[in-house]
Design a protein around this ligand. Structure first.
Ligand code: CP
Ligand code: NVA
Length: 307
């Protein structure tokens, strides 16, 4: 049995298999052929943070695969009143077939997985957002960016960390530009550099958004204020001055460059209204691809369990 906690737990060919499954199932879904790959299975979805895309895509996804989704907000289950993660894991995993968790520390997710009898999927932690990055990879392929150079501009957060692992393992070039004081976690960067060596990826880390964006195929960013950091907003907005992806910055990328954003987006902060709307097709294709990419992941995990 395998869990989907972070991209670095997988080889390039394993991630590729998930992407291939996602593509196949997306084609079937578009033809309204709903193949019951996960017939009668239940996916429990535990949310300790808010969500629009993750909730709707997992719940719809499992339903379209022939199963059912259980939305469990920590506000409503005993976890929110202090029942330990390991007890929650031992109870829920005896009743359902797969679990998705959105939580704070990666260690909480790992604790759940350690005690779970069924595969556990990371639906976002403070450190990583791997299902989003599988989605972003699928979206880049669909837009013809098969061996892209990508610029990530902004906070060295969960999205940046998962971009590092994706680029390293799938073997493409990633340039990260953050303000000073908002760098990616050093250990994660080091691990990504190691993986990049193994798979032929290329990672550079810096502080200059213009340098990072110049000549790239894909520009991406994320909110400056992640869930749980709301009290830091004023300081962050001041510190991220100069890091908005606007027309001037984007014009340095290749003329056919695409723009990705995991959403929710805050216009006038990490991205300008103009750039967001000019690239709405890419952004909302990316949002839709959450549904398809995660189906690929769930079916892969189900098959891995049977091996
Ligand atoms: N991108 C993403 O994970 O969106 P939600 O927070 O709405 O799930
Ligand atoms: N970095 C953001 C991503 C939201 C999908 C957060 O953690 O809130």
């Amino acid at each position: 049995m395998r869990h989907f906690l972070t991209l670095s737990d997988f080889t390039q060919s394993e991630l590729q298999e998930m992407i291939e499954l996602a593509k196949t199932i997306k084609t079937q879904t578009k033809k309204r052929e709903f193949v019951p790959y996960l017939k009668n299975q239940t996916l429990a979805m535990i949310f300790e943070k808010s969500s629009t895309r993750t909730r709707v895509s997992f719940e719809t996804g499992i339903y379209q695969l022939g199963g059912t989704g259980l939305f469990l907000s920590s506000r409503d289950i005993q976890l929110g009143r202090g029942e330990p993660m390991k007890d929650t894991a031992r109870v829920i995993s005896r009743m359902v077939d797969m679990v998705m968790i959105r939580t704070f520390e990666q260690s909480k997710l790992e604790e759940f997985a350690k005690y779970s009898k069924v595969p556990v999927i990371n639906g976002l932690t403070d450190s990583f957002h791997p299902v989003q990055l599988m989605t972003d990879y699928l979206t880049m392929l669909e837009f013809g960016k098969t061996k892209p150079t990508v610029a990530y501009i902004g906070d060295g957060n969960n999205m940046a960390h998962s971009w590092l692992y994706l680029a390293a393992i799938m073997g493409f070039e990633l340039r990260v530009a953050t303000p000073k004081g908002y760098e990616c976690n050093k250990d994660i960067v080091a691990k990504a550099q190691e993986l990049a060596k193994e798979y032929g990826g290329k990672i550079s880390i810096g502080y200059d958004p213009k340098e990072a964006v110049t000549g790239v195929d894909v520009v991406t960013t994320d909110t400056w204020v992640s869930m749980g950091q709301e009290q830091e907003k004023a300081k962050r907005v001041a510190d991220f001055k100069g890091f908005m992806v606007d027309t001037e910055l984007f014009s340095l990328a290749k003329s056919d460059a695409i723009f990705l954003h995991c959403l929710p987006a805050y216009r006038g902060y990490e991205v300008s209204e103009e750039i967001f709307e000019a690239h709405a097709n890419e952004i909302f294709t990316e949002a839709e691809n959450r549904l398809h990419a995660q189906k690929g992941i769930m079916v892969w995990l189900d098959r891995a369990r049977d091996k």
